[in-house]
Every structure is written in C-alpha cells, then in structure tokens.
Design a protein around this ligand. Structure first.
Ligand SMILES: Nc1ncnc2c1ncn2[C@@H]1O[C@H](COP(=O)(O)OP(=O)(O)OP(=O)(O)O)[C@@H](O)[C@H]1O
Length: 271
C-alpha cells in the first residue's frame, strides 16, 4: 500500500485550489489509465479536458465522483481530502460514510440524462434536496423552480421526462445537479447524445453558468468550438497524462506539443 504520510491532511493557505489531483494513479489490470496526474482547478474556474478516445478523460470525472477507487495519490476538494480521510493524524482510504458526505460536494451531468422517469421535471429537481439535504418541501420547491427558470424549463416543470426533448431533459438534469448546491460541477459529453438542433440550448445554459454564476466546473467534450468558447483553461490529455494545458486561444491557435497539433488537425479534418 502507498505510504500516505507525505500527503497533507488538508490544504491550507490563502490560494487553495477548489480541486487538486495529487499524483493520482488509476489502472485496470495492466492498463495504466491515469499516470501520476497532477491537476489543480481554481475556485470559479472552467477547465475543459480534450483528447483522444481512451486517454482517461472520463476516468478523471469518475474519480471525482468517487465512482472509481483510486490506485494512488489523493484528490482534494475545497482543501479537504475526497478520496481519503484523516485518522490518527494520517490519511487512510475513505470509508463509505465519509465518501457519501464528500461526494455531495460534486454535481455531475452525463451524456445520458438519467432523470427519474416517473417524476416530473420539478420532482426530479426536488428529490435530492429533500431526501439527501433534508430541505422542507417548500424550500426544495423554491430552489427547484428558481433553477428550472434559470435553464428555461419553468413552463415544463410538470412534464415527465418522456414528454421532453433530449435538450430539454438535459437542461432539467443540469438544474437537478445544481439543486444540490455542489462546489464543483462536472459535465461529461453532455451534448453527445443530442440531436444537432438542440445542442445550442444546452451549451447556452452551460455558457450562462460560466458568465453569470460563480461555480467551479470541469468538462469533457469533443466539441472543440464550445471548449474554446467557454473555457478558462483547456487540458489536452494523452495516455493518462496532461500533455499540454493552456488558455483556449493559445492551445487551439498555437499548440506546442506535436501530439496536440496532430490531435487538433485530425479533429479539424473530421469536422
Ligand atoms: N471499468 C473498466 N475496466 C477496464 N478498463 C476500463 C474501464 N473503464 C475504462 N477503461 C479503459 O480505460 C481507458 C480510459 O477510459 P476513459 O473512458 O477514461 O477514456 P476517454 O478518454 O474518456 O475516452 P472516450 O473519449 O472514448 O470517452 C480506456 O482504454 C478504457 O477502455
């Protein structure tokens, strides 16, 4: 087992990142998926991960959601360890109770919306705040209505998911994740399963979040134009590592690494 004594029990100081991956490793058998990953995300920063298929992009998000066990290193959120917990003055792997609480600081939207089919849009957004956060029905309803308004879905609040388009369902899924007041929002290919004509309504909601709301966000996308448009920083992943990271303008206009150049040319040629 890894010696964790050199890892801080918590991050302190004036400029602590909202998210820190510290030497994070993940393998499936022989396959190394994340190779000593170090990544900091500042409060209110929007970071996008791009890269070829199999480079570990989704694994990064799944590790932050604690859907995967960690093979090495520690992830911190808002200064506190996410994957580990302090015990007798040292970090040890987090138990289920600690993980359940720690994970509530992370919100996620997937390619497939996973709304509860038997609940209306409003009920979908109220469920977590009532069941997990213990809000009263009235408080949860107010919060849900405010968020459905923000994503432009208030007039459809009493519809079930089967009566909504893919874009509308994804907007409800975003509102549902935000209703838990996460510290960090993750977006994994949220437009991939959508018809082209409704992609804009979802990207507009995410763009709105970056400009009007202070929220730390990490996104995986294959839509380079969108990544360029809304990110503060873009990380190009290759083989489970960050090959290159920069501001979107710099990374897309002036990529330094050969692998980034090749990837961006291939994506452009396929467009
Ligand atoms: N549960 C698993 N068991 C075994 N291998 C896995 C598992 N999950 C992911 N992998 C492998 O880990 C590697 C990274 O997967 P990941 O989904 O993070 O890649 P990605 O960059 O998001 O790819 P894509 O763009 O195709 O979604 C891939 O080679 C994948 O096959």
């Amino acid at each position: 087992m890894e010696d964790l004594t050199s890892y801080p029990l918590e991050l302190t100081g004036p400029d602590i990142p909202m998210v820190r991956f510290l030497n994070v490793r993940k393998s499936y058998g022989e396959l190394i998926v994340l190779d000593n990953l170090n990544l900091d995300i500042s409060p209110n920063e929007m970071v996008t991960i791009i890269g070829p298929s199999g480079s570990g992009k989704t694994t990064v998000l799944r590790m932050l959601m604690t859907l995967e066990t960690i093979g090495g290193g520690v992830i911190y959120v808002d200064g506190k360890p996410l994957t580990h917990m302090p015990k007798n003055g040292a970090l040890v792997p987090a138990d289920a109770r600690y993980l359940r609480k720690a994970r509530s600081s992370i919100g996620m939207c997937f390619q497939h919306f996973n709304l509860f089919p038997h609940m209306t849009a409003l009920q979908n957004c109220m469920e977590g705040p009532v069941q997990v956060l213990g809000l009263s029905g009235r408080e949860a309803r107010e919060r849900a209505e405010e968020l459905l308004m923000m994503v432009g879905m208030i007039d459809k609040k009493d519809q079930h998911p089967s009566r909504l388009s893919g874009g509308q369902q994804q907007r409800v899924a975003i509102a549902r994740a935000l209703a838990m007041r996460p510290k960090v929002m993750l977006f994994d290919e949220v437009t991939s399963a959508l018809d082209p004509e409704v992609i804009g309504e979802v990207t507009n909601v995410i763009r709105d979040l970056t400009t009007r709301h202070s929220l730390t966000m990490l996104m995986v996308t294959h839509q380079m134009g969108f990544a360029r448009d809304i990110s503060d920083r873009v990380c190009f992943f290759f083989g489970g590592k960050i090959e290159e990271q920069d501001s979107p303008d710099e990374l897309f206009s002036n990529p330094k690494s050969k692998r980034t150049q090749q990837f961006l040319s291939a994506v452009k040629a396929a467009d």
